[in-house]
Design a protein around this ligand. Structure first.
Ligand SMILES: [Mg+2]
Length: 262
């Protein structure tokens, strides 16, 4: 842990069964790697989440990745997985997409095809039929201009979202990690008194905002927003955090310490 206020709210003083821990996946549980298909959470973090899932009211991964990609590493059904920024949830073990995105599947496929043709040196990650991400981590010299990414999204009727050395293209449905966090707390632990969110990227900032809005909406609720720092971490995310940890390994250690005391 490299910084934080004197009373960071971590671990929570609320009852364990009314506490919710929500964490991002890539760059948070799993160190960033060149090919996201090979991203894997740190083993100590997996073990700690499993232990915490047996004690806290809610433990969830809220990620931009498809649910299936996360489930390969986190099979424990007590850990809730919300995928694709809230566009995928599991119902009775089956991954169900938000019905509003289904009509956009052909546009997502067409955009992925165009990106593959136009930037052959870059990696195009097809996230099922719901979204696709263009990555230039392995070829930063070939990073597309922002104006070209915006134009690509507009041609296909999709939205472009910045990410760490990448751009994600999604249907224009008003869903993000903020709405995902709000919906998750309301549906899975409405009696929560404490909720923490841990993330490392642009898309996690709205989850911080949503968590604070949730805490302000009723007396007795408290929140803790944790940023995972790195040389690429957005400065506004770090600035907005209640607590900053120094990379996934530092988070792994923090979760492990919490696992012991809860
Ligand atoms: Mg991340």
């Amino acid at each position: 842990m490299i910084s934080g206020p004197s009373t960071p709210g971590w671990p929570p003083d609320a009852p364990a069964d009314r506490s919710a821990l929500l964490v991002d996946f890539d760059g948070t549980l799993a160190p960033i790697v060149d090919d996201p298909a090979f991203a894997a959470p740190l083993p100590g973090a997996v073990a700690a989440l499993g232990a915490l899932a047996g004690r806290l009211g809610l433990v969830a991964v809220v990620t931009g990745r498809p649910v299936a990609a996360v489930r390969r590493h986190l099979a424990d059904p007590r850990i809730v997985v919300v995928g694709q920024y809230g566009l995928e949830r599991e119902v009775d073990g089956v991954v169900v997409p938000d019905p509003r995105v289904v009509p956009f599947a052909p546009a997502v496929a067409a955009l992925a095809d165009e990106a593959t043709d136009r930037w052959p040196a870059l990696r195009v990650e097809r996230k099922g039929t719901i979204a696709c991400t263009l990555h230039w981590r392995e070829r930063p010299d070939a990073a597309p201009a922002a104006i070209d990414l915006t134009a690509l999204a507009e041609r296909h009727g999709l939205d472009a979202w910045p990410a760490r050395m990448a751009c994600e293209f999604r249907p224009p449905v008003a869903v993000d990690k903020g709405t995902a966090v709000t919906a998750l707390l309301a549906s899975d632990l409405p009696e929560a008194a404490w909720a923490g969110f841990v993330g490392d990227d642009h898309g996690d900032l709205v989850a911080f905002d949503a968590l604070r809005t949730w805490a302000d909406a009723a007396p007795g609720r408290r929140s803790c927003c944790v940023a995972v720092a790195s040389v690429e971490a957005p400065a506004d995310l770090v600035a907005a955090a209640d607590l900053v940890v120094d990379g996934p390994a530092d988070l792994e250690a923090m979760l492990d310490r919490w696992r012991v005391v809860v």
